[in-house]
Each structure stands twice: as structure tokens, then as C-alpha cells.
Design a protein around this ligand. Structure first.
Ligand code: FA5
Length: 337
């Protein structure tokens, strides 16, 4: 008959086994081919018949209990291993690191400044789709398919008829007026796309900020005051501003706004093509027909609109001579802002 002390001894040894190897050795010692319990099982056959049943049952019980103790030991070791690996993988927030902290892109910083400035003047921000319909990009702004003004902006066309990457943000004016009653006072910042050859002042993808004010009694003086407030707020009081007559089909009269070239201080250089001025945007009084098209009575309401390029303002603000720097992934440039 098996000595019950063997079970006890095996359980104690298994409960303190330090690793998988120790458990495997204990399995061999008790349950292996020449193991202590195996020997007892084998010896059952040599016993007197009346002793065999009890001795066999005792040896089987010992085998099952030691098997269970082995499984328990293996489980305990597996959990300890898992615990250790999660400890090892824990993130040490105090460990020294050479991670470089990023910041907003210079054009993004300027956009935030522009939005804040207009917010202070009571404007809210409107949005429109970058893939625009020809209707909102052109027709609703009185630029029909055969209108010569289609050539004013080099357009990318898409393979889907009637849709294009917008060439300017002016379509947002129409979208907004269709769904809102005057008084209206919004800006609409966003990306625009033109089929342009890039040079030091031209990009094929750039930002514009559209502005629109519609109310009773709005005049050219309000437009001029708003543009001057914006440019002085962004560029400082010593920047010279020039408004000169221009043409846009959707504004009448129309103006172009220029700022003194900061590189040459008005003397004329490569950046300003020798003129001393940098074109920042276009503007004008909203054409009465544009108002009529969206159901606003031009006898009751009038409005002004403008659209300018923040990258061009950034050129003047930071004294940079090439607009292409902004969208090149060159950290030596971008880290300066
Ligand atoms: C327009 O896009 C008109 N929609 C502006 C407008 C709005 C007029 C509302 C009247 C009423 P223009 O094509 O001139 O106009 O572009 C406006 C400004 O976008 C330019 O003055 C310039 O600042 C910027 N811009 C134009 N083309 C580029 C370009 N290729 N790269 C960078 N900036 C550009």
C-alpha cells in the first residue's frame, strides 16, 4: 500500500518549485516510468488478491493528486511569468527621452490669428466643400461657361462632370447666403487648388480666407475699414496698404488689396517682381445679381466680400522671399516659427 506521506511530500515540493524544469523533474520523480507512484501501481499485481483493490485505489488517488499539484504548479509559474513580462513592458514616464515636441504649422498659426481677429470684429466661421460644383465655384458667381473670367483662375477639372477642386473660397458665400438671412458676417477659411506653375509667389494648393458681410446700408467704407483693421492687426501699423481698382464678376465695384513688400520695404525686389507691393487678395461690393440669385433683395440689403491668401500674408509678416518654403517638409524652416 502506498505511503500517504509521498503525496504530502510531492505537494510540498511542487508548491515551492522555482521553475518549469523543477516541476518536470518532480513529475519524473513521482509519475515517470521509474517514479515512486508508478512503482506502487506496478507492485499492486504482486499483492495478495484481497489487498489489490485498496492498494490500486490508493495508488491511483496518489497519481491523480500529484497530477493536479503539477498542473497547479505549472499554472502558478505561467502567471508569474506573465506578471513579470507586463512589469518589464511598463512605460517609464520618467525615463529620459529625445522626443522632439512639434508645434502648429506657421500657416496654421496665422490662420488662428486671422480667425481670432475676425471673431473680435463679430464674424463667425463658415465652411464649404473642397470638391465643389461648377455651379457654386463659377455660375452662381456670374461666371458662365463661356465667360472670359473662367481664365482668371487656372482650374483643375475632375473626371466627374460638374465637380472640381474649388479654385477659390467664394462659393461658400453663395452657400451661406442660401441658408442664412441677413445680417450676415462670416469668414470662410479653407484650401483651394489651381493648375498653376509654382514660383516664389504661387502654389498649386494654398489657403484662402473668404469674408462676407451683408446687411442694410453696407458700403465700400465698411469694406475698407474692415480690410485695414485686419491688415493692421496682422502686420502692424507701419505696413502700407493699397486698394486699387480691379475686376471680379461677382463684385461691383471690385478692388485688389496690396501690402508693402517687407523684403525691400517698397523699393522693388524679386519677391514683389520689382513693384514694391505684394498682392494679398481681392474684394468688392457683392454684385446685386448674386444677392438676387440667393433670394436677397438688393434694394434692401447690400454687402461686401473679400478673399485673400494667408500664405501671401505670411510672406509679408515673416519677411520670407519664397512662398514654396511653407509647404516643403523642411524642418529647418518650419522649426523657426
Ligand atoms: C479670388 O480668388 C477671388 N475669389 C477673391 C475675391 C473674393 C474677390 C471675394 C472678390 C470678392 P484671386 O484669384 O486674386 O481672387 O485670389 C485671391 C488671393 O489668393 C490672391 O490675392 C493671393 O493672395 C491668393 N492667391 C491666388 N493665387 C495664389 C497662388 N497660386 N498661390 C498662393 N496664393 C494665391
Amino acid at each position: 500500500m502506498i505511503d500517504l506521506g509521498i503525496i504530502k511530500e510531492a505537494k510540498v515540493a511542487l508548491s515551492s518549485a522555482a521553475d518549469e524544469r523543477a516541476v518536470a523533474e518532480l513529475r519524473v520523480k513521482y509519475l515517470g516510468r521509474k517514479g515512486l507512484v508508478t512503482a506502487e501501481l506496478k507492485s499492486v499485481g504482486t499483492l495478495a488478491p484481497r489487498e489489490r483493490a485498496a492498494a490500486g485505489a490508493a495508488a491511483n488517488k496518489a497519481s491523480a493528486e500529484i497530477e493536479a499539484a503539477i498542473a497547479e504548479a505549472e499554472n502558478r509559474l505561467r502567471l508569474a511569468k506573465l506578471e513579470q513580462s507586463t512589469q518589464d513592458a511598463r512605460l517609464d514616464l520618467t525615463a529620459p527621452s529625445d522626443v522632439r515636441i512639434g508645434h502648429l504649422h506657421p500657416v496654421g498659426q496665422l490662420m488662428d490669428e486671422i480667425v481670432r481677429l475676425f471673431w473680435q470684429m463679430g464674424f463667425s466661421v463658415a465652411d464649404g466643400p473642397e470638391v465643389e460644383t461648377e455651379w457654386y465655384n463659377f455660375e452662381a458667381l456670374l461666371v458662365g461657361a463661356d465667360h472670359p473670367a473662367r481664365d482668371m483662375q487656372d482650374t483643375f477639372y475632375s473626371t466627374t462632370p460638374g465637380l472640381l477642386p474649388r479654385t477659390h473660397t467664394s462659393g461658400v458665400q453663395v452657400r451661406y447666403m442660401e441658408t442664412h438671412e441677413p445680417p450676415i458676417r462670416i469668414i470662410a477659411p479653407g484650401k483651394v487648388y489651381r493648375n498653376e506653375d509654382e514660383d516664389n509667389r504661387h502654389l498649386w494648393m494654398f489657403y484662402q480666407v473668404e469674408g462676407l458681410v451683408v446687411d442694410k446700408g453696407i458700403s465700400m467704407a465698411d469694406l475698407k475699414g474692415t480690410l485695414l483693421a485686419m491688415l493692421k492687426g496682422l502686420l502692424g501699423d507701419d505696413i502700407g496698404l493699397r486698394l486699387r481698382p480691379n475686376f471680379f464678376p461677382y463684385t461691383e465695384p471690385s478692388v485688389e488689396m496690396d501690402a508693402t513688400c517687407i523684403i525691400c520695404r517698397g523699393k522693388g525686389c524679386r519677391t514683389c517682381s520689382g513693384t514694391g507691393w505684394i498682392e494679398l487678395g481681392g474684394a468688392g461690393m457683392v454684385h446685386p445679381q448674386v444677392l438676387r440669385n440667393v433670394g436677397i433683395d438688393p434694394h434692401v440689403y447690400s454687402g461686401f466680400a473679400f478673399g485673400f491668401g494667408p500664405e501671401r500674408i505670411a510672406l509679408v509678416k515673416y519677411g520670407i522671399d519664397d512662398i514654396r518654403y511653407f509647404w516643403r517638409p523642411d524642418l529647418r524652416f518650419l522649426e523657426q516659427f
